[in-house]
Design a protein around this ligand. Sequence first.
Ligand code: GLA
Length: 412
Amino acid sequence: MRIVALLVPAVLALTSLTAAAQKPTAARALPKAPLAAYQGAAQTPPMGWNSWNYFADKVDDKGVRDAADQLVATGMKDAGYTYVNIDDTWEGERDANGVLHTNAKFPDMKALADYVHSKGLKLGIYSSPGSHTCAGYAGSLDHEAQDAQLYAQWGIDYLKYDLCGFIQDVMEKQAPHDRAEQMRLMVASYAKMDKALKATGRPIAFSLCQYGWDAPWEWAPQVGGNLWRTTGDIEPDWDRIYAIVSQQAGLEKYAGPGHWNDPDMLEVGNGRLTLDENRSHFSLWAILAAPLLAGNDLPNMKPEIKAILTNRDVIAIDQDSLGKQGSRVYSEGEVDVWTRHLAGGAMAIAVVNAGGRRYSTHPFHLSLAKLGLHGPQTGKDLWTGKPITLTEGQPLELAGHGVLLVRIGAPK
Ligand code: GLA
């Protein structure tokens, strides 16, 4: 299933590219409504766990309960991880009345929601505006209100709504050669589910998954999106993670409390990512005010991975109350320097070495002036936990794919 799921967006990406020439017309079809009230959800970027990145189609009731148990046992819940999100492959068939049932892996969704809630956590679920999801399971097309009511009855708190099947089912069928109309149909499909969710009266965070095609940051907030994917799928591979990070530069103006850019779920602890890569990944997601949805095997999490995911100082950057996403201020060779402005005038600085190997100790020289800072700056190195003073031209020896993440309390 994962192969299908990964291939579909890739194939569709090609279709989307050919549409580029006609995009200006599409913009006129966007809703004019002012930014929605965001249902009060996601005042800071959502934090939790999602089943897809590690379990994919192997997710089941037990795996979700285990994840909930582990969020509590590992201290992740105390550190802010709240949502337990079931991704694709929970769906069964619709009955004669159109009511969607779970498949055999999820015998009783209401009981599962009750269990997750009993731990002080929230439960998320997944669907598609198409008739089928990316992994080929039932989607919500023509059953939006019914599905939203079902989610509310179960006690669902978060919906990831993944475009996938809607492209072939509706956009290409109803408007085969009209990209502007396809765009209108797509936006309308998200607006329809937003309305259905709001009609339930239950606060349900709304996560749009549309792979970052067609600039969702420009229209997702107007269809109630609390977050929207800005890219195709992440993988537990540094090159993929770094490519995603590079695509986030410039999107910072679209994010804020209640509405966030989503560079995809975390791969921390997955695949063969080194500790430096895991730290850089987590640091950058914090700088980006990204949702922190862990995607690893929680019952078998190594202590050093837990230490990364529960680093309170880094989480505090991500969850900063100002809600201002960070920016890439400058790049020099393989090193990128990002900053994020924080509540109370504080600032986070991330210096990332995208280069893989180091054959010498020749350092990178940090320019504080380029960051708008003057003279020595004192702060905290958030990975060593120690005080640090940065000076103009500071020589920094960064490990391959490593990061220096510093919080400056009172930048000058
Ligand atoms: C798409 C999404 C992924 C995941 C899968 C499930 O590929 O981008 O995050 O939800 O579908 O099939």
